[in-house]
Write a protein that binds this ligand. Structure first.
Ligand SMILES: Nc1ncnc2c1ncn2[C@@H]1O[C@H](COP(=O)(O)OP(=O)(O)OP(=O)(O)O)[C@@H](O)[C@H]1O
Ligand SMILES: [Mg+2]
Length: 180
């Protein structure tokens, strides 16, 4: 594998403790001060259920929405992103933009599927025009959003996925009013 100089590979599951505090210290109950903003917990027992939740989330998105997808390798970020894309009416299958970093899907509004896995920080994201892109009128889905936390808008929707077992995921969605 060719690794860029200075590139810090993201950690594997279980190695993240302390690095991305919010990923590892997710409260079991909604944050008391954030519940009004709509932190909701879901339990998924299959990729299909996660995909279906993505389709539901799509119904709440509007031009300019940014969805920050958090969680370790294989937690289901791409799976839920695929569901969101389907829910937005995109029939093309989303593929993980790990190498391309940003994939654009023609839609109205445009959909940007971003994978920050290979970025070191917010500066890298800025340098490839990412910050400008997500502040436009498209809808952005950002995997490994922990790596570019400072570039996210305040009203970003956060979807945190936690592996509980081989097919079991805890999914916490923050900042969508009305999602149940
Ligand atoms: N309940 C579930 N929800 C989502 N995915 C699940 C579930 N149960 C098992 N899986 C499996 O977990 C994997 C999730 O892969 P996916 O590519 O969506 O993860 P990811 O978070 O995008 O990983 P990466 O960090 O590598 O991009 C798939 O192989 C999927 O079949
Ligand atoms: Mg992925």
């Amino acid at each position: 594998m060719i690794v860029c100089e200075g590139y810090i590979p993201p950690p594997l599951c279980g190695e993240t403790k302390g690095m991305y505090p919010e990923t590892n210290t997710l409260p079991k109950q909604p944050y008391p001060d954030r519940s009004a903003a709509g932190l909701v917990e879901f339990h998924s027992d299959s990729p299909e259920e996660t995909f279906a939740l993505g389709m539901r989330i799509a119904g709440f998105l509007k031009p300019g929405s940014v969805v920050a997808l958090r969680g370790c390798l294989g937690s289901g970020k791409t799976c839920i992103a695929k569901g969101i894309a389907k829910g937005l009416g995109i029939n093309e299958t989303l593929t993980s933009p790990t190498y391309t970093i940003i994939s654009e899907y023609q839609n109205d509004p445009a959909l940007y599927h971003i994978d920050a896995y290979r970025l070191n920080n917010d500066e890298d994201f800025d340098n490839i025009g990412g910050r400008e892109l997500i502040s436009g009128g498209g809808i952005s889905l950002i995997e490994w959003s922990e790596r570019i936390q400072k570039s996210l808008p305040e009203d970003a929707i956060t979807v945190s996925l936690e592996i509980e077992g081989p097919v079991s995921r805890m999914i916490r969605v923050d900042n969508i009013r009305g999602l149940k």
